[in-house]
Design a protein around this ligand. Structure first.
Ligand code: RP5
Ligand code: MG
Ligand code: MG
Length: 271
């Protein structure tokens, strides 16, 4: 499916308007005469240790399509092209050049923990007669949309660690919460995940030269005995957290509804 959320409206946290494209103009293989989108590198990226320098910085020698020290510049989608010294978005044009607010040129890697439980006691949906699954959703502080409590993979961090860390930070407020959960319970729960998706995310922050990628993994509490019975508390970049009934009407951030649909299918739950 052609990306859409990274082509609409004002660029997040800016007054920058993307060049409007039709779906047919998205693939790089389709020539678009005089394609000169605005260029935007958010001022917030300047001199930040977690952000790349500008692409034309003479001291910047990234190893594109490779592991570059502790930074993973490989794309889950395969090798991406470099044109005029900049990586090209593998899903095509977005109507905006530069890096926007993303720290890295090329892929910016994230991980999305999809934590699920049954709506008790295995309540069946009145139309589909399938059990209703719930997932732990957060409301993003940046845009107010509901989302999976995902986050960026830190340099050198294992994805399995990111999944657990981001869930605990955003849905359990582990950075401030004085209630501590048993390490053993956490380790046990997060050791059994099912990979749902690995690849490009249609994130509103994507540009022609920088984009989000993720690994989304489902961790399921089948009998509300472990994570399913925790008291949730929003933290870090989440301003709210709750268990949400999974249903096709959900309107979630970026491509998150697609990942949730795949979980519903895997668990034979209502969608
Ligand atoms: C999305 O942005 C990913 O799917 C993940 O949920 C999230 C990571 O970015 P932050 O939450 O750290 O802003 O593209
Ligand atoms: Mg986070
Ligand atoms: Mg996050």
């Amino acid at each position: 499916m052609v990306h859409i959320k990274c082509r609409t409206g004002l660029y997040p946290f800016s007054e920058i308007r993307r060049l409007v494209l039709t779906d047919a103009q998205v693939p790089w293989a389709v020539p678009v005469e005089n394609y000169t989108p605005p260029n935007y590198d958010a001022p917030v990226l300047r001199n930040k240790p977690w952000a790349d320098p500008p692409c034309d910085d003479p001291n910047f020698h990234p190893k594109w399509n490779n592991l570059d020290g502790t930074i993973n510049r490989k794309s889950h989608t395969g090798p991406y092209k470099i044109v005029d010294g900049r990586p090209l978005n593998p899903e095509g044009r977005t109507g905006l050049a530069g890096r926007g607010v993303l720290g890295k040129w090329g892929p910016n890697h994230a991980a999305d923990p999809i934590v699920t439980r049954w709506k008790s006691p295995k309540e069946l949906h009145r139309e589909t007669k399938l059990p209703i699954l719930q997932f732990c959703a957060i409301q993003r502080r940046d845009c107010g949309q509901w989302a999976i409590p995902g986050g960026m993979v830190d340099p050198g961090e294992k994805i399995s660690e990111t999944l657990k860390r981001e869930f605990l930070e955003e849905a359990f407020n582990s950075l401030e919460n004085t209630d501590k959960m048993s390490e053993e319970l956490i380790e046990g729960f997060f050791s059994k995940g099912e990979e749902i998706f690995k690849g490009y995310v249609d994130d509103p922050r994507n540009t022609d030269n920088a984009w989000m990628e993720t690994v989304a993994v489902n961790f399921h509490d089948d009998n509300n005995e472990t994570v399913g019975k925790f008291k949730l508390q929003a933290g870090d970049d989440a301003k709210n957290v709750k268990w949400v009934d999974i249903d096709s009407k959900l309107d979630l951030y970026a491509s998150h509804s697609n990942f949730i649909q795949a979980v519903a299918k895997l668990r034979q739950a209502h969608w």
